[in-house]
Design a protein around this ligand. Structure first.
Ligand code: ADP
Ligand code: MG
Length: 264
């Protein structure tokens, strides 16, 4: 874990400015302002349905903002060309919330997919070596799982395979959407250890959405709290723990009573 002064806050790798997203009549994101310093890991916290996944979908241009800008390595993904967006995606690994895999492809082809999309220069042999290496790196028995269909894997194994696919392009940025949700505590911890290992070994800039507070504090340099469409708290790990914001305190303590009202 590193502190604010260890990062270049003036030149973040990702910068979100005044992001607003409206679905129909529902304003999910009002005015999101957030930076992701180069080489850091930032956890986004917030209530379910608050718009966390929506934020990271904007970073890879899977969604276009109603208003606002999202700069990724200097490129405004809200307005850039398809070609520029392709380049951003090439540098960005994305672990989907549901560990989404193509059901019709086996694990090997799922993990090989980004290479076949972006690395036409690689031979099948090179692709095979890399896929097997990535699967092993996530702790899977590569030979055995490669031939299996996604639905033949347990939840934890599917998350690992999703992770292998997210890192296969050696991305500069990795977005993890609830990588440990639905997993038992031991598998969760293994995945968290794996994320930390990737951080150390690849030096990437990571964005992590999780509800697991233990995981949050273990793996993050910065934490951001999304509430009612805005980031109402952003701090480094040490300061966030001691936040005096009443909304953040209620969230961290997991209190049903407090300033956050639930109507669900
Ligand atoms: N493509 C979409 N069309 C309409 N509404 C959406 C779409 N994606 C997300 N939403 C809505 O936006 C809100 C925030 O969703 P999401 O970003 O998934 O929240 P979180 O990840 O914080 O749980 C939810 O109410 C959800 O129903
Ligand atoms: Mg989500």
């Amino acid at each position: 874990m590193r502190l604010k002064q260890d990062f270049d806050l003036d030149n973040p790798l990702i910068k979100i400015e005044h992001l607003q997203k409206v679905f129909g009549t529902k304003e999910v994101l009002k005015d999101v302002n957030l930076i992701f310093p180069k080489g850091s890991t930032t956890v986004i916290l917030g209530l379910s349905g608050g718009g966390k996944s929506t934020i990271i979908k904007h970073i890879v241009g899977l969604m276009k903002p109603t208003n606002g800008d999202i700069f990724v390595d200097g490129v405004n993904v809200a307005t850039c060309s398809e070609e520029e967006l392709r380049a951003v995606r090439k540098n960005t690994g994305y672990l989907f919330q549901d560990g989404a895999m193509f059901d019709s492809m086996n694990i090997f082809d799922n993990v090989a997919f980004p290479l076949r999309e972006h690395r036409k220069d690689m031979s099948e042999k090179e692709i095979e070596d890399k896929v097997m290496r990535m699967l092993s790196m996530t702790g899977l028995d590569a030979k055995r799982v490669a031939k299996l269909a996604p639905n033949e894997l347990s939840g934890g194994m599917r998350k690992r395979a999703g992770l292998a696919r997210a890192i296969i392009m050696e991305p500069k940025i990795i977005l993890y959407d609830e990588p440990t949700s639905g997993l038992d505590p031991i598998t969760s911890d293994l995945i968290t250890q794996l994320i930390l290992k990737l951080q150390r070994e690849l030096g990437v800039t990571s964005v992590l959405i999780t509800h697991d507070m233990k995981e949050s504090f273990k793996s993050s340099d910065f934490l951001a709290f999304l509430f009612e469409g805005e980031i109402i708290e952003w701090a480094d790990n040490e300061s966030f723990k001691n936040s005096t914001n009443p909304f953040v305190r209620q969230f961290l303590n997991g209190d049903g009573e407090g300033p956050i009202k639930f109507n669900g």
